[in-house]
Design a binder for this molecule. Sequence first.
Ligand SMILES: [Zn+2]
Ligand SMILES: [Zn+2]
Length: 90
Amino acid sequence: MAAFAGTQQKCMACDKTVYLVDKLTADNRIYHKACFRCHHCRGTLKLSNYSSFEGVLYCRPHYDQLFKRTGSLDKSFEGTPKNCETRKTC
Ligand SMILES: [Zn+2]
Ligand SMILES: [Zn+2]
């Protein structure tokens, strides 16, 4: 590793050499611009809206979906119709 520090840098995603013109740095890791996409949907990412987990890149919505699970999947509405809660005159 130490011997190559400097000119040759490899893309974290595809492990091929990245040239300056095609280089994108995020989190101190190097990527090809074309490789900087969501692992889940393959959508192109921007430096302003990506997330990464253990070196794997995701777009924000998929990162949230895959790792945070904020309880939106919690199905606790069996039996009670939602109308009854929103209408106070139920
Ligand atoms: Zn690449
Ligand atoms: Zn995605």
